[in-house]
Design a protein around this ligand. Structure first.
Ligand SMILES: *Cc1c(COP(=O)(O)O)cnc(C)c1O
Length: 375
């Protein structure tokens, strides 16, 4: 009988007794929402990323959406963002009626090329949603200069890059309001959740009001008093408890992911036709989110991915271009050729199993299977 192949997942959160302990404390306290755990988490993460204020929300998408509302984005406005990202980077303003304008990416960093952003600015441009893709910091200073020159809002989608550093300081410390996310495949996992970090007290108060049905942020006027149009984008204290436990070990999480990425890089170095993600330089220090490799153009990606899956190794196309998603084509008429670099990248990239506690032996197995599949 054939031995069953052991399935190796694409990602897996690192949860242990500490998360259990803190969640149990919240359960026993009876305060499941609007409790003290959220504030504690907000204080700690703000300090961690070097921002004065943090507002936790129900997801990264919710945080981005609130920033787009605060920026007043709506019908007739154009917003420049990256075609090579998760759909939330665009959905957060498309849902407000604004029009996406995709600026092509740099082939090495996979983040928006500032020259392409500059070229995409029109009289209708109102904002830039910058993305730190795969944990690699975007060209924040150059994008900020473009935003300042044209009077645009700058929103940072840092949902994949908690712990990354740009020019020696953590993302979040640089000024533009940034959003981090805690879906289970992110560096830090709480189930669902996100946090907006901001350097503006006024914006912070607005975020706290908007996430809580437009109630005044300080609770003045009581529960059924709504001073503005808001939503329910609240996080829960149960999630905050998991978040606090994850924050305690964030340094270790980042170290382990760094070590796992270095191991893949070494294992892949002799494998021809498989390109590893770009390395850090003096200005960009990546926080490892996923491990995405690029196959040489003569390789058949679908066949390679099939062989991996047959051997129990999870993989995924990472990530398809946003502008080529069916609803984007239908709504805005986008098609192939709009962003050639992003499209050529997206056609050849795939994610390998990658998480904080991945075993070196499993990584060797992944690369062995990959090597065999392209031989
Ligand atoms: C994960 C992610 C988000 C937010 O995702 P949620 O599932 O809403 O928390 C936003 N942008 C990018 C680029 C992401 O990877």
């Amino acid at each position: 009988m054939k031995e069953a192949v052991r399935e190796l997942p694409l990602s897996r959160p690192w949860l242990d007794e500490r998360e259990e302990e803190l969640v149990l404390e919240v359960l026993r306290s009876g305060r499941l929402s609007l409790g003290p755990w959220i504030e504690k988490f907000e204080e700690q993460i703000a300090e961690r990323v070097g921002a004065p204020y943090a507002a936790a929300v129900s997801s990264g998408t919710a945080g981005l959406h609130l920033l787009c509302r605060i920026a007043g984005l709506g019908p007739g406005d154009e917003v420049i963002t990256s075609p090579l990202s998760f759909v939330a980077s665009a959905n957060c303003f498309v849902v407000e009626g604004a029009t996406p304008v995709f600026a092509d990416v740099d082939p090495v960093t996979l983040n928006m090329d500032p020259a392409a952003v500059e070229a995409a600015v029109t009289e209708r441009t109102k904002a830039i949603v910058a993305v730190d893709m795969f944990g690699y910091p975007c060209e924040l200073d150059e994008l900020r200069a473009i935003a300042d020159r044209h009077g645009l809002a700058l929103i940072e989608d840092a949902c994949e890059s908690l712990g990354a550093e740009y020019r020696g300081r953590p993302l979040g410390a640089h000024g533009p309001s940034a959003v981090f996310a805690f879906y289970p495949n992110k560096q830090m996992a709480t189930g669902e959740g996100g946090v907006v970090v901001t350097h503006s007290e006024e914006e912070w108060q607005l975020l706290r009001s908007l996430r809580n049905q437009g109630r005044s942020y300080d609770g003045d006027g009581g529960w059924f008093h709504h001073v503005r149009l808001g939503l329910n984008y609240r996080w829960t204290d149960v999630q905050a408890a998991i978040g606090l436990a994850q924050l305690e070990k964030l340094d270790r999480i980042l170290e382990l992911r760094n070590a796992a990425a270095r191991r893949y890089e070494e294992l892949l170095a002799p494998v021809e036709g498989v390109e590893a993600p770009t390395s850090d330089d003096s200005e960009h220090c990546r926080s490892w989110f996923v491990y995405v490799v690029k196959l040489a153009s003569e390789l058949d990606r679908a066949a390679v991915m099939d062989s991996l899956r047959r051997e129990g190794v999870a993989t995924a196309e990472y990530v398809p271009c946003i502008h080529l998603q069916p609803y984007m084509r239908e709504t805005f008429g986008f098609g192939e050729g709009l962003c050639p670099v992003a499209e050529q990248t997206a056609a050849r990239t795939m994610a390998l199993p990658f998480f904080s506690q991945i075993e070196p032996g499993d990584q060797e197995r992944v690369v062995g299977v990959l090597r065999a599949s392209i031989a």
